[in-house]
Design a protein around this ligand. Structure first.
Ligand SMILES: [Zn+2]
Length: 313
């Protein structure tokens, strides 16, 4: 329905991969076998890791160092984890993988289907499971757990442990790199604590739940009508009543920040961004994937800086 439907929908209840896609994957897998002369040729030796997005790809690379080959399935900011369709390269990477990191919670279920047809014996880390946050069954779970710093600390521990079990000789390196990364994440948590203790009562608005764990950790109250942010994320119709309510909380000065998903470009997102600008409200662009050339901690620190700047303004 929209010209740009990137990243619009990750509800857990939605079927992930169509029959046509599954067939495509199966064909692609065979094609890959035929053209490469079978798996196992390797070349780099070492451990092979596949992450569904470059956020987790970056985290595992930081821990693993250069000895481990990391493939991120989704790095392109225009690629939607929801509508991602398997290709032969990904299928082959999954087949050869020692470790697969998926977000879970309905976000990137395509990888489960691909793993089923790829075979292989990869250990799978599901970040939502590791987070301990309960997806429930209502389809309203916020699956964007990489905005939740305590969950990322748990993920680092899980990755260190898995990599070490595959390559015990490098365990000390993995631990040292993991500890350094956790220190960085602790710095982020300290930043959140500082914001939460000095900000007072701050209300915010969002176009989609993407950054919600971070905003809530800062102690902010999310004034967005729930049905609005859910509809925008799912790409379904926003009711006139929710649209009006959203416009009025932006116009009446009751929120200090609008966090908007800059990887979607739907009419509602654009409309809210314009309304925030008109009202002089700080608009913070957030993303589903890691920007090119960035690393996780610095990327997240950038958000904390933008939040601090917004509150200081
Ligand atoms: Zn999303």
């Amino acid at each position: 329905m929209l010209p740009d439907m990137s990243f619009r929908r990750h509800t857990a209840s939605t079927p992930r991969v169509s029959i046509a896609t599954a067939a495509l994957i199966a064909v692609a897998a065979c094609a890959a076998c035929g053209s490469s002369g079978g798996s196992g040729s390797g070349g780099g030796g070492g451990i092979s890791v596949v992450a569904t997005t470059n956020v987790y790809g970056d985290i595992v690379s930081t821990i693993a160092g250069s000895a481990v080959r990391v493939t991120s399935i989704i790095s392109d900011p225009d690629q939607d984890p929801h509508s991602y369709e398997g290709d032969a390269k990904t299928q082959l990477a999954l087949k050869k993988a020692d470790l697969v990191i998926e977000n879970g919670g309905g976000y990137d279920g395509f990888v489960d289907t691909m793993l089923d047809s790829a075979g292989g014996d990869a250990k799978v880390l599901n970040v939502v499971d590791i987070s301990g946050r309960d997806p429930g069954g209502d389809g309203e779970f916020n699956e964007h757990v990489w905005y939740d710093f305590p969950s990322m600390t748990k993920l680092v521990d899980a990755i260190v442990s898995e990599l070490s079990s595959v390559d015990a000789k490098a365990a000390l390196t993995f631990k040292a790199n993991g500890d350094a990364l956790k220190k960085g994440i602790q710095g982020l948590e300290d930043g959140v604590t500082a914001i939460a203790s000095s900000a007072g009562n701050v209300s915010v608005a969002i176009t989609e739940p993407v950054p919600l764990y971070l905003l809530e950790a800062c102690g902010f109250y999310n004034k967005t009508p729930k049905a609005f942010s859910e509809a925008v994320e799912e790409g379904s119709d926003v009711s006139p009543r929710d649209l009006q309510q959203m416009l009025s909380i932006l116009a009446d000065g009751s929120v200090r920040i609008l966090a908007y998903n800059e990887q979607t470009n739907g009419p509602e997102t654009r409309q809210m961004l314009e309304a925030a600008k008109r009202a002089g409200i700080a608009a913070i662009p957030v993303r589903e994937t890691l920007p090119a050339g960035e690393h996780y901690v610095a990327w997240m620190r950038g958000y904390l800086t933008q939040i601090q700047d917004a509150l200081a303004a």
